[in-house]
Write a protein of this length. Structure first.
Length: 290
């Protein structure tokens, strides 16, 4: 089957991607993406540059202004909420994102301390405006020569392996963030004129036994005003995708998708359009600006 021509999640150097915003747009255009979202973590700092680059594609690529907000579900579970079509100059949204980036840094420092207690060498970048997330922490640990012998001994081939082993929920280095809640993230997106979409549900609920938990989380999200779900995703299986599409239809929610591009050298998220629709029809609603 042909690869989708939309790709509604990508990341630049404004958060944890390896390419500048304009270069992300250029790479997407070269890959045949027609509808792109730049959705950096808790920041919209790359969007002006990205829109300027998109304007140079002579209409071949349409950019959707977006953001990916890390938020707290029941029990402190970390859910990522994508906001599409936001006013990225809205002062209230900008103030909220600044507060939430500060919470990310505080959480990152607690994660770093937990990993040091576990015997790892951890050196964080200097605290600043750029958001700090678990992928950056995992990369800093994996790339530190002081940890090289241990990563080999534990069979950790890249920073993603280290993240999954140590920085996901219930792992030794995992620490919760404190804000925002899912409801607060949805409210912020709506007040900035956007649509709120739950990103990559089966990243958060990975086991087959967690199907029902994912369903319950989607129903809670819908009850809080959530508009849709990222049903089509690079790591979602056909079964998971079909299930999400069916659940979304029953809840009258949108269904989006992405390859979650982070840069050409990323071990897992390195290519645009690298996800499948499995013959299903997405429901992008007003997000589709083409």
């Amino acid at each position: 089957m042909a690869a989708p021509t939309f790709d509604l999640q990508s990341h630049s150097t404004a958060s944890d991607g390896s390419l500048a915003p304009a270069a992300v747009v250029e790479a997407a255009h070269a890959a045949g993406v027609e509808l792109l979202a730049l959705s950096d973590h808790d920041t919209v700092d790359g969007l002006d540059e990205a829109f300027a680059a998109a304007s140079q594609t002579a209409g071949a690529l349409t950019l959707v202004g977006a953001v990916e907000i890390s938020s707290l579900d029941l029990g402190g579970k970390d859910l990522h909420i994508l906001g599409y079509g936001i006013d990225h100059h809205d002062p209230v949204l900008l103030a909220r994102l600044k507060l939430w980036r500060e919470d990310r840094w505080t959480r990152g420092e607690r994660i770093a301390e937990a990993m040091r207690e576990n015997g790892w060498q951890v050196t964080l970048p200097e605290r600043g405006e750029q958001p700090l997330g678990r992928p950056q922490i995992a990369a800093a640990i994996f790339d530190d020569p002081a940890n090289a012998e241990r990563t080999v001994a534990e069979g950790l081939k890249n920073s993603t392996d280290l993240l999954v082993a140590y920085l996901v929920e219930a792992a030794p280095g995992y620490r919760d963030r404190t804000a925002p809640t899912v409801g607060e993230a949805v409210e912020a997106i709506h007040e900035a004129g956007g649509k709120a979409i739950w990103a990559h549900p089966y990243w958060d609920f990975r086991d087959q036994a967690q199907h029902e938990a994912a369903r319950d989380a989607l129903e809670r999200f819908a009850a809080l005003g959530g508009d849709g779900v990222e049903a089509f995703y690079i790591s979602h299986t056909e079964e998971q995708t079909l299930r999400l599409v069916e659940l979304a239809a029953g809840l009258e929610m949108l269904t989006t998708g992405s390859a979650d591009f982070h840069g050409p050298g990323n071990p897992n998220f390195s290519a645009f359009r690298n996800f499948s629709l499995y013959g299903l029809e997405p429901n992008l609603g007003s997000i589709d600006l083409r």
